[in-house]
Write a protein that binds this ligand. Sequence first.
Ligand code: EPZ
Length: 423
Amino acid sequence: MDAVRIRGSRRLNGRIPVGGAKNAALPILCATLLSDGESLLRRVPRLRDIETTAALLRFLGRNVEVATPEVRVAAASSPVRPEAPYELVRQMRASVLVLGPLLARFGRAKVSLPGGCAIGARPIDQHLQGLQALGAKIRVEHGYVIAEAPRLRGAEIVFDLSTVTGTENLMMAAALARGRTTLVNCAREPEVEELGKVLNKMGAAVEGAGTATIHITGRDELEPFDHAIISDRIEAGTFMAAIAAAGGNVLVEHAPFDDLEPVIVKLRQTGVGIEREGDGIRVWREQPIRPVDVTTAPHPGFPTDMQAQFMALMCVAEGRSVLTETIFENRFMHVPELLRMGADIETRNNTAIVQGVGALSGASVMATDLRASASLVIAGLVAEGETVVRRVYHLDRGYEAIEKKLAGVGADIERVRVDARPP
Ligand code: EPZ
């Protein structure tokens, strides 16, 4: 089994590249179902979740050519079978993003319910309520959502809470609905805005993507697209937290400064230097890390996908910080592993109180989810001695060759094979 081995206490220097955004690529690849022509997506990172999405689109009956950073999707000779099986959906919750496009394009869809997840229950009630408001008949049977609608029709939909993939699913469904749809209380993440740009390229009329209210005028048909996706703000943020923790001076290339505002504000408060430089961000740290409190929130609040990485940084801050997770009810799975490395963290419900320690000590630790694994890599970079992070398949879901990229700025990190049985 693969693991990542890190020998810590090395400062980082040089340049590190950021790739295209996973959470923009996934919905946009699903949007290819809305048109029969050949669509081309550029700057696609080489990730397990991209492979899973490609496998799902092939299962649905699409020709998919993955030659990262390019992915081509086109109609195949055989008709689309609008069914997403449990075997594929259980590998990646975001597979639910085929529901809106399949229903809108083919009038019916059978999609496995995603089921539970390490970080929370993550229901899809908002997705289903929205599709029902667009006129779909929906029932849940044997673990599958079965949705039918000869033709969706525009409506006004108010989300009970901000949901990223919920907003994206409804945007794609409304793009082929008859008439105008208004989505209220939408997620404002940059990846939602990016999907809006692609739907407009396909001929839909989407206004306000990236704001709380989105208007969509549906079309009878949509065109294929050729699009290069935005950079991954969470990959960039992860590198910035790693540089802050290890110390040094690095240019994070292609990092989306504006999308990272909430993370930059907090990192600057810790005493880290951050400046825009060309299409990237220069990050440097010379002085001790100051403790800073953080509460996660939907964009433009502090992203939950950066909470674990920021906690690793706070483990070596000079003082006490409080991290509050408001999006997912079970997103502190990295805490027991950080404690194994000598961190001082106390959790109470959705709050973690982190008392910075002088130094962490290297240990064998277990990744539990994508962002938790990134926080363990950061902890390993600052720890004394050797850290081995197991179950890195979590890491590979969202980071392309992270160990090679970090080694490129001086980290002593490599991928190794380990015995599947923990020591
Ligand atoms: C997206 O997940 C991201 N995934 C997640 O990134 C990210 O953590 C999350 O948004 C929040 O920013 C992708 O974009 C593929 P939500 P999503 O619907 O859309 C509740 C990563 O690390 N909710 O915005 O599934 C839900 O349980 C991943 O890259 C409902 O109750 O998240 C959660 O508490 C992890 N009913 C909250 O809303 C619904 O119908 C926000 O979830 C939908 C959501």
